[in-house]
Design a protein around this ligand. Structure first.
Ligand SMILES: N[C@@H](CCC[C@H](N)C(=O)O)C(=O)O
Length: 281
């Protein structure tokens, strides 16, 4: 099976293009777990499958390294757009990509004929509890207390198609991510589990963030997470609608625009191509 290894700010993926006739087993969950394994496989945070679409240029499926399927992935979709454009598979400056979170539209930004960045129309955030079914009553979840093993956290819940739990902290260096991340991910308040973002505000235009991803653990960056953080910052009166989000792997520019949509701009990198032999472990 031919694949391409890609990353967006160190959030890395194995991309398999089924539109090119590439064949792969039906059991995506096992395949993702095996291919993404850092020691027994290629190593990645997720497996990205490209398939034919009836409504867009291409369909993207994202399978986390634990085998679970996510609705959307911001870093992966930038990588997919660059891959489709540079390999002349979809040579359009605006590419329509079908995901479980709807059709997402990345735009290829070039400088002197070279793809410099990808700006993605990530759509509108979803804030109603009905869409993030948790904590009971109607309304939004903005800076609300949530108990976790006797500790109280103030959370803001934002869905970018996939669920995010944003927690603002005074000092990011003091956050025990490995300890709280997996427990918050699996907190019963989140029936579909959740991605968890810890955020320190530097100033109204800049934040630092750490992420524990649902189904993947700590990653170097999360595009949907950065969008959720931008929304949470505005809702909590902490940041402006245009914000730079600094992550362990680099920075993303996020804008919550007047049309209500989130726009995410950042890099995408193709690392290498390879051939994977499917085996039974
Ligand atoms: N890294 C991604 C998000 C990938 C999916 C996530 N782990 C989930 O299960 O929702 C991003 O860049 O958005």
């Amino acid at each position: 099976m031919l694949f391409t290894k890609v990353h967006g700010l160190g959030n890395d993926f194995i991309l398999v293009n089924a539109c090119l006739g590439e064949r792969f087993p039906d059991d995506y969950a096992t395949l993702a777990k095996e291919m993404c394994h850092r020691h027994f496989g290629i190593g990645a945070d997720g497996l990205v499958l490209l398939l034919d679409s009836g409504v867009a240029d291409v369909r993207m499926r994202i399978i986390n390294s634990d085998g679970s399927e996510a609705e959307m992935c911001g870093n992966a979709i930038r990588c997919v757009a660059k891959y489709l454009y540079e390999h002349n598979i979809v040579r359009k400056e605006e590419i329509k990509i079908e995901t479980l979170a709807g059709v997402i539209v990345p735009q290829v930004i070039q400088k002197n004929g070279v793809v410099e960045a990808i700006k993605v129309d990530m759509g509108e955030p979803r804030l109603e509890r009905e869409q993030i079914p948790m904590l009971g009553a109607a309304g939004r979840v903005i800076n609300e207390p949530l108990e976790l093993d006797g500790q109280r956290f103030y959370i803001t819940a934002v869905s970018m198609g996939n669920p995010h739990c944003v927690i603002f902290v005074e000092d990011l260096n003091a956050v025990p991510l490995q300890l709280i991340g997996p427990r918050m991910e699996q907190h019963p308040a989140f029936p579909k589990k959740t991605n968890v973002e810890f955020v320190q505000v530097i100033n109204p235009q800049e934040v630092r963030m750490l992420v524990w991803e649902r189904g993947a653990g700590p990653t170097m960056a999360c595009g949907t997470g950065a969008c959720a953080v931008a929304v949470a910052g505005v809702l909590n009166g902490l940041t402006e609608k245009k914000v730079t989000v600094h992550l362990p792997g680099g920075s993303l520019e996020i804008e919550w625009a007047e049309d209500g949509k989130l726009y995410m701009t950042g890099p995408a990198v193709e690392v290498f191509h390879g051939e994977y032999t499917v085996y039974k472990s």
